[in-house]
Design a protein around this ligand. Structure first.
Ligand code: PSU
Ligand code: MN
Length: 308
């Protein structure tokens, strides 16, 4: 793909030419979601997980106003240490370009850039959704899932959100919500939520077959694959709920809203849980990178059979 504002790394260009499996990775988690130095460690570890499971990682970010697909290690360091980064969803790309800024792409922003580059599989932690704190804060991640045909592997939606409302929105928009080896929609830090998924699938091959069936019917939505956090790192929902409620009340009291809300809540919950939630967050991110690589391998085998 040639576009003046996009820059693909040589490795990604080669992988696209050769048909090597690729996994896109977001970067808001690096710039806004995690503290330093865990953010850099996590970025490196996610790339490593993807490689160890047979795919090439394509971290998406903005550097000096260019949309970059695939970063070098020095660039990862720059992004993780840079303080004036933007949080980039659809409406922020042009801002970053015009201001020649650095930015971390959200789930929505990463889906957009990955899809334009020809990358179909993407791993993240938790998608954004419908917030509890204000009456009309709906993450643009949901709109992206409704409109961009990319497969997103996540650990459910962040437990700080209104999960039933988030699932209703996805249903309305025709976005499949797949439970990976589970019948229950996972709640990020916890494996359980009491809410259902639209399909349960049990292997990377089954997921690849599902994607083929969905897109070959002419559907143009994303596919959300929800992968529960590993048991050993999970925190029961009953333990998380009081901390989430406290952080949520504080956000309302301080008048924090819009793009700043998610980073505030994640940071505050990490403090309240004495970093237990941070550890859980890191574990689920790596778990998702692994599964995404396995799915990308299966999907690459089938690429010729896709309609898109
Ligand atoms: N998952 C995490 N940490 C994060 C995010 C997700 O574990 O920081 C980011 C994602 O990039 C997601 C964004 O797209 O938070 C959602 O922000 P908002 O609710 O403002 O749309
Ligand atoms: Mn929002």
């Amino acid at each position: 793909m040639r576009h003046p504002n996009f820059q693909l790394s040589p490795e990604i260009t080669r992988a696209l030419d050769m048909g090597t499996p690729l996994v896109a990775l977001e970067s808001t988690v690096i710039t806004h979601g995690l503290p330093q130095p865990q953010n850099l460690e996590l970025a490196r570890d996610m790339e490593k997980q993807v490689r160890e499971h047979g795919a090439i990682p394509a971290t998406v970010a903005l550097l000096d106003g260019k949309i970059r697909i695939g970063l070098s290690d020095e660039e990862l360091v720059r992004l993780s240490e840079s303080n004036a980064t933007l949080k980039v969803s659809h409406r922020d790309f042009a801002t970053a370009i015009v201001k020649k800024a650095n930015g971390g792409t959200t789930v929505a922003g990463t889906m957009y850039a990955a899809n334009l580059s020809g990358i179909k599989v993407f791993a993240t932690g938790g998608i954004g959704g419908v917030h509890k704190e204000s009456s009309f804060d709906i993450s643009t991640d949901l709109r992206a899932l409704a409109e961009i045909p990319t497969l997103v592997v996540c650990a459910g939606a962040k437990a700080i959100l209104d999960l039933p409302a988030t699932l209703e929105y996805l249903e309305t928009m025709g976005v499949p919500v797949v439970g990976y080896q589970t019948d229950e929609f996972p709640a990020f830090y916890s494996r359980e939520s009491g809410l259902g998924v639209s399909a349960r699938l049990d292997s990377p091959k089954e997921v690849a077959d599902f994607a083929k069936a969905h897109w070959n019917l002419g559907m143009r939505t994303g596919i959300l694959v929800t992968n529960p956090i590993p048991e050993a790192n999970s925190i029961p929902a009953s333990k998380m709920e009081p901390m989430i409620a406290k952080a949520s009340t504080e956000a309302i009291e301080k008048g924090i809203h819009g793009q700043a809300l998610t980073p505030f809540l994640l940071g505050r919950i990490s403090e309240l849980s004495k970093s237990k939630s941070l550890k859980a967050n890191l574990a689920l991110l790596l778990n998702n990178a692994r599964l995404a690589a396995e799915i990308a391998k299966e999907m690459q085998v089938k690429k010729k059979e896709w309609a898109i």
